[in-house]
Design a binder for this molecule. Structure first.
Ligand SMILES: *Cc1c(COP(=O)(O)O)cnc(C)c1O
Length: 578
């Protein structure tokens, strides 16, 4: 602008006004920007609130708000001066009890807290190892343990020990040094893919256990959603009965998890509720075949239809960790296979994109074995970790661990070859048959049928029951079974006990003893209740509770779980008390 001819004062004014108008436009622009940011912010919250209300319904959202409020109120209450010291005292006592039980340190216990100065002799080692093996414990050999030991046969154990001897040094991270282990790992995956009817591009890897398989399935789905749809706030939808490993995955990988109820009478995941929770951030749906708590198989074909009804499809994971080598053999062993009419539970169902299968459960492999299967190589690739710039060299690893125990892969391969299809069918027959025996006893036995009720319709190795008799507190019953030498599993929401049948429980008199002890334990609970009524001591005073009673009884009923969490921390700490 040719303003040099203007008087100084005017020039000055003009400059000022120009500057002012520049400032003004800047401020309008800023205002505009601020409004946009505010609108985006608002939109984000509106969108979030919309998905929340659509997902859980108005009533559900209010319930969530109320339970948050209640939890907060309890937190404050538990922190109140008088209450706090009392709670602390109870927690300390409970933890001491856990320590005394799990890590006793009496005069008879020699603790080794530093390396021996001189190497131990073979004799010393034999003696000490023998003692460690014989420490007072629950007898899985007598079939008194639910789950945990799935086969336990002497010949198989010997075979697994032999693979440890032959492949103890092997590490699949060096496939050129240990080519045999590479071959066995690939074959384990191929055999399991075939068992679960994977189509030709199917792929998978072995892992250290069901948890790692599940972590990887979630990781793969998260990476897929990020790579293909730029999802940055991933969300996962799981049944309330899905394994805790999905919560672990959500926690490790910073994923929001939605838990869908599995209502009575069939205790399967509610498909309409899953549908309502799906939104553009959803990375994966989950179904179990069967779930751990109740041994019930979710409606996988219905989940598949739902997953496929979205553009491009949403990945669907089937957790067959527990079902492992039982689910595929149900028809050959003479039992109905869940959802056989509508497509089944494996890759024959078109929407299923990944399946976790624990070879170390009913595959009878040594502990530390599982497989994660995918419908395509691309999905498997999403779990790979690659670090091209590392100063230690270009690095790539298929799963979570770096070095891995080749001996365990050899043990898995050898176990599968040695049991073979015929062996798995026979085991399936025995195991599922025994589960049915227990289930029938609960339904038919004159003492049990009035007090206990089987949850839903189990279809594989697990049967779970609840109490329908106010005189029989389920957790006291669980403690009663513990005192009779049984290791069963306590459940919550609803309170229950489950038995996972494994081969040792199908042998000898184990199952008759289980039923007899259950009858006795129920009788004792009923007598206790009668006694209380007669003496009029009713429900005053605290009754002495066992472990399950303590954890799920008073502490479990408080909405704020901090007390339960403190007990669990105490328990975990105890595991490392040398
Ligand atoms: C056992 C189990 C898992 C987890 O397996 P781990 O081997 O204990 O890590 C996952 N899902 C189900 C249904 C299971 O029973």
């Amino acid at each position: 602008m040719g303003s040099s001819a203007l008087p100084i004062s005017l020039q000055d004014k003009l400059r000022k006004s120009q500057g002012y108008s520049r400032l003004k436009t800047l401020s309008t622009n800023l205002n505009f920007l601020r409004n946009i940011i505010f609108a985006l912010f608002l939109l984000r919250y509106l969108r979030k609130s919309f998905y929340l209300v659509r997902g859980y319904g108005i009533f559900g959202t209010l319930t969530i708000a109320y339970s948050l409020f209640r939890k907060r109120a309890y937190q404050l209450f538990l922190r109140a001066p008088g209450v706090r010291s009392k709670v602390d005292k109870h927690v300390a006592t409970a933890i001491t009890e856990i320590e005394d039980k799990l890590a006793p340190q009496g005069p008879g216990v020699t603790r080794y807290l530093t390396l021996p100065k001189e190497p131990w002799t073979g004799q010393q080692l034999d003696a000490e190892l023998g003692q460690l093996c014989e420490m007072k414990r629950t007898r899985w050999e007598d079939g008194k343990v639910s789950g945990a030991v799935y086969h336990g046969g002497e010949d198989l154990l010997k075979l697994q020990a032999k693979t440890m001897e032959m492949f103890g040094v092997a590490n699949p991270i060096h496939p050129d040094v240990f080519p045999g282990v590479r071959k066995m790992e690939a074959e384990v995956v191929a055999m399991v893919l075939s068992l679960f009817n994977a189509p030709p591009p199917g792929a998978g890897t072995t892992t250290s256990g069901g948890t790692e398989s599940i972590l990887l399935s979630v990781l793969s789905a998260r990476n897929k959603a990020h790579a293909e749809r730029s999802v940055t706030n991933p969300e996962l939808i799981v049944p309330s009965t899905a394994h805790a490993a999905f919560h672990k995955a959500a926690s490790y990988f910073n994923i929001k998890i939605h838990v869908v109820p599995c209502p009575a009478p069939n205790y399967r995941v509610s498909i309409p509720k899953v549908r309502r929770l799906i939104n553009p951030n959803t990375i994966m749906l989950v179904g179990s075949a069967p779930n751990y708590p109740h041994g019930i198989v979710d409606d996988i074909p219905a989940l598949s239809r739902l997953a496929l009804s979205y553009n491009g499809g949403i990945p669907l994971h089937v957790d067959c960790c527990l079902g492992s080598f039982l689910m595929p053999f149900l028809p050959s062993a003479g039992f109905p296979s869940p959802f056989a009419e509508t497509g089944g539970f494996d890759f024959r169902v078109p929407g299923v994109t990944s399946i976790s299968v624990d070879t170390h459960k009913y595959g009878f492999a040594p502990k530390g074995n599982s497989v994660i299967l995918y419908r395509s190589k691309q999905l498997r690739q999403y779990q790979y970790f690659i670090c091209p710039n590392w100063s230690g060299g270009v690095y790539g690893s298929p799963s979570m661990a770096g070095s891995r125990p080749g001996a365990l892969i050899a043990g898995c391969w050898a176990s599968m070859m040695s049991v073979g299809e015929a062996g798995y069918i026979e085991s399936c027959h025995k195991i599922v048959g025994t589960r049915i025996t227990i289930q029938n006893a609960i339904i038919e036995h004159p003492i049990l049928k009035g007090s206990l009720k089987v949850l839903g319709e189990p279809s594989v190795s697990v049967v779970a029951f609840e109490s329908v008799d106010p005189d029989v507190d389920l957790y006291d019953l669980a403690d009663g079974m513990s005192s009779r030498g049984w290791h069963l599993n306590a459940l919550q929401h609803p309170p229950g006990i489950h038995v996972a049948v494994t081969l040792p429980m199908t042998k000898g008199e184990a199952v008759e003893r289980l039923i007899n002890d259950l009858v006795e334990a129920v009788k004792v609970e009923k007598e206790k209740a009668d006694e209380m009524r007669r003496s009029g001591t009713g429900f005053q005073g605290e009754k002495k509770r066992g472990n399950a009673g303590a954890l799920y009884g008073v502490a479990g009923k408080i909405p704020d779980k901090s007390v339960v969490e403190r007990l669990v921390v105490g328990f975990l700490d105890t595991l490392y008390k040398a």
